[in-house]
Design a protein around this ligand. Structure first.
Ligand SMILES: *Cc1c(COP(=O)(O)O)cnc(C)c1O
Length: 223
């Protein structure tokens, strides 16, 4: 069951901080997405390539599609023609493949680097050393990355009841973002996104400086 009332509540809560809402529609039917579209939502997030591609084909073409899940290099080609923002870049190899497929599609694809901030074994993402190694290559050889643009960072907090821990994890991501901005993007205004916050913690994330929250179950019901 979709919940338009919660959708409006989330939008109202995000308004003061100008945080963007990514409506996470994974596992949900296109009719549910269409209902949010009709209400005015244009930005949707999916975590699987095939599912996102099928939904893209069936829905209005002015939807902005965000890939939020782990992406395998051999699947980049399927989404390169239409994806707006990939939140989950976690290796140089993947970044290079996105560059290659974006060039083929004659597009520029925006990406975020996924950072490991949680105290859990299961979450994907890079640590600070890996991030810097990737950004060293990216910033030294801009001519090799003409069709991909790193516009920020993404992270997921630990799944915990401990609100202070969630605050700390989001704060550490924001601080890391500011550091990397100073080192690598001092003359580049497009490095400005911090994607953090989901249904359970989007308000904490917004308070800690998130620019994009990825909210699913609160809008679409549980999966
Ligand atoms: C599923 C998912 C979300 C949304 O989770 P909810 O708890 O349903 O809001 C956000 N980010 C990622 C990476 C996801 O896979």
């Amino acid at each position: 069951m979709i919940n338009l009332h919660s959708w409006k509540e989330v939008l109202t809560a995000l308004e003061p901080t100008q945080t963007q809402l990514i409506a996470v529609s994974k596992t949900k039917p296109v009719t549910d997405i269409q209902a949010f579209y009709d209400a005015g939502q244009r930005v949707f997030g999916e975590n699987k390539v095939q599912e996102m591609t099928e939904k893209y084909e069936q829905l209005p073409k002015d939807i902005q599609w965000h890939l939020i899940g782990h992406l395998q290099t051999n699947k980049v080609k399927y989404i390169a023609p239409f994806v707006h923002l990939i939140h989950s870049v976690d290796s140089l190899k993947l970044l290079q493949e996105i560059e290659k497929q974006a060039a083929k599609a004659n597009r520029t694809i925006l990406v975020l680097l996924q950072v490991y901030i949680a105290q859990e074994e299961t979450k994907f993402g890079m640590d600070e050393t890996e991030l810097k190694a990737l950004l060293d290559v990216y910033s030294v050889q801009p001519e090799h990355f003409g069709h991909v643009k790193i516009v920020g960072l993404m992270g997921m907090a630990t799944n915990t009841e401990d609100q202070e821990q969630i605050h700390r994890e989001f704060r550490s991501l924001k601080t890391l973002f500011e550091q990397l901005k100073t080192i690598y993007f001092s003359e580049d205004e497009t490095f400005r996104e911090v994607s953090m916050g989901m249904s359970s913690d989007y308000q904490i994330a917004a308070a800690e400086g998130s620019t994009m929250v990825r909210v699913g179950s609160l809008l679409f019901g549980s999966r």
